[in-house]
Design a protein around this ligand. Structure first.
Ligand SMILES: [Zn+2]
Length: 591
């Protein structure tokens, strides 16, 4: 494995790899770009060709080219390795006696379980009943086989026993999310029992989890259950069906998003294959990021009930905040509550319905026209509240005035009154603007920034000119720093600054992290134009923040100790200690 990685790194340059995804600008010996992992206006994402690493000063992400591919493509290391090997023209060599890592075992368990469930659907008695039920819902066997539907028997341990017989340990079966440990007793039992099983795959088509729909057992149980978060299944990043749909999404330059697994399957079967389902989890900004890799055009078709309407509005808010072009697919038959119902009833005319998806503003306006009485004052307010956020977001003046005219006509009001109302209306979609991790301001650290950034900034200053801080560093107590930073600083003091590159390499190999490299990049970029005097000022400020952080931590600990004790003497001692710290904190903050 190591060998594969170094072969690829020898052949590829990180700048070339990243420039395939981002627009880069030169910044001294480095390159910069707007970070693709958090929203920002000015670039704080840097690439060092010298060190072959990237790092964002804003969201603190970073790593080598493999980590970049993993992050931007949302894939596991193995797929990043394949992607880059292909680019580099390196043939991957695997040695067979390599110990299997934990994730590999989990993939194997999920695959074995998927086969077990599939077999049950076609061979067991209850399974066959489930199969009939699915056919009755409109699914054909071809689709079921393509998506590997299965059935989990009602016994408490049938899968667990099977997997154990295949040689998997109980704790691994639990880690894969397939079994639960018995309370206060030995052994495990199956998570999925008496359920129709929908395997969930990653982008490579490897099974990583399951959704189970109750069937034939206790109907009081939750209708749907899912694999919990595991080392290979992150529900906030997985969209059901995407592995099958991704090619079609690119080709059509459009993605249709539905709520349930059955909706996705029925849509696929009816010929709309660019479809994914959120499948039991709320839509997240990560989901949308993943879709954006394939297309900027998204069509929602959620259930027609009230919950579906709310989920749609929320999805639209998130998608608009992420800059996607959003449309809504309207089912339009009151007897069909979701796409699955529609396809079952009308078959391939689903294609027409999807092609007639409406821009959100049109969708809500049409709804208003049929759902509200334009003569009631209350309705007028509601209609404006629903539509204003969309009208406000229109950048084209022509479109804007078109909709204002339409609204004025419908509500029988003057256009300028409508416009004033729109401008004054509350924007209920605004709350979604910040859900994609608000961009931390990139500047010299504040006291509230995460510890890591504080340490990174401190190290970056020292690297800029170690000699400059030799004396100051004597005044720093090692208690103020985490072990890593303290060790790194001690080492930095010993080395010849000309050998920094070699030192960084050794340090990375030893502790397997990029922390020092990141600090070095920060040092090159952030302190580029600083004179020694300015550096000293920055350093003093940083040390103050470091001590402040240390004192505040200590106070918190004392508070916890106070809560934990009833002894009067001990309490007094703690109070005295706290007072000392408080007075020191006061001094520090005055500096
Ligand atoms: Zn970032």
């Amino acid at each position: 494995m190591e060998d594969n990685i170094s072969k690829i790194k020898d052949k590829l340059d990180i700048v070339d790899v990243i420039s395939g995804y981002l627009k880069l600008a030169k910044s001294g010996i480095n390159y910069k770009a707007r970070c693709p992992f958090h929203n920002e206006k000015t670039p704080s994402f840097f690439i060092s060709p010298e060190r072959q690493i990237w790092h964002c000063f804003g969201c603190a992400k970073g790593g080598d080219m493999f980590e970049f591919i993993q992050e931007i493509e949302g894939v596991e290391f193995r797929e990043a390795l394949q992607t880059l090997a292909q680019r580099a023209g390196v043939k991957l060599e695997y040695s067979s006696d390599l110990p299997r890592d934990d994730k590999t075992v989990l993939y194997e368990i999920c695959e074995t379980a998927a086969r077990f469930f599939e077999k049950q659907l076609y061979q067991s008695n209850v399974g066959k009943r489930a199969l009939e039920y699915l056919k009755d819902r409109g699914l054909n066997e071809e689709t079921m086989k393509e998506f590997r539907l299965g059935f989990a028997p009602s016994e408490w341990e049938s899968l667990a026993v099977f997997l154990r017989d295949c040689g998997y340990k109980e704790d691994k079966i639990i880690d894969a999310g397939l079994a639960i440990k018995r309370d206060g007793a030995n052994g495990i039992y199956d998570r999925f029992r008496s359920r129709i099983i929908f395997p969930i795959s990653d982008l490579n088509g490897q099974v990583i989890g399951f959704t189970g729909r109750v069937f034939g057992g206790d109907e009081k149980e939750a209708k749907y259950i899912n694999t919990p978060q595991t080392a290979i299944y992150d529900k906030s990043r997985i969209l059901y069906g995407l592995n099958k749909a991704k090619t079609e999404i690119r080709r059509e330059d459009k993605c249709i998003m539905v709520e349930g697994n059955m909706d996705a399957l029925m849509s696929y079967q009816a010929g709309v294959k660019n479809v994914v389902a959120t499948s039991g989890t709320a839509l997240t900004p990560s989901h949308l990021r993943i879709i954006q890799r394939y297309t900027p055009n998204l069509g929602f078709c959620f259930d027609t009930d009230q919950a579906g309407a709310m989920a749609t509005r929320r999805g639209i808010g998130l998608a608009l905040a992420d800059g996607l072009n959003v449309k809504v697919v309207e089912i339009g038959d009151k007897e069909c509550k979701d796409p699955a119902d529609y396809v079952r009833k009308y078959g391939s005319s689903w294609l027409d319905i999807v092609s007639k998806a409406k821009p959100v503003i049109e969708f809500y306006f049409d709804k208003a026209k049929t759902g509200f009485n334009p003569n009631s004052a209350e309705s007028k307010k509601t209609v404006i509240a629903i539509l204003a956020p969309f009208v406000k977001r229109l950048t084209s003046q022509v479109e804007r005035s078109h909709w204002i005219t339409q609204l004025a006509f419908f509500l029988r009001a003057k256009e300028d009154a409508i416009e004033a109302d729109i401008n004054a209306a509350k924007d209920d979609l605004e709350i979604y603007n910040n859900q994609n991790q608000p961009a931390p301001k990139v500047e010299i650290v504040t006291a509230s920034s995460p510890s890591d950034i504080l340490s990174e900034t401190l190290l970056s200053l020292i690297m800029k000119n170690p000699d400059l801080f030799k004396n100051e560093l004597k005044n720093i107590s090692s208690d103020w720093l985490d072990e890593y930073t303290a060790e790194a600083i001690a080492k930095l003091m010993e080395i010849d600054p000309n050998n920094l590159g070699e030192f960084l390499k050794e340090f990375r190999e030893k502790d397997q992290s990029y922390k020092l490299e990141f600090a070095y990049l920060r040092s090159q970029e952030l302190w580029k134009d600083f004179e020694d005097e300015d550096l000293k000022l920055q350093f003093a400020g940083l040390i103050k923040k470091t001590e402040e952080r240390y004192l505040k931590n200590k106070l918190e600990n004392i508070e916890l100790d106070m809560k934990a004790t009833n002894e009067k003497d001990k309490k007094m001692t703690l109070v005295a200690e706290a007072n000392k710290i408080l007075s020191r904190l006061g001094e520090v903050q005055k500096i």
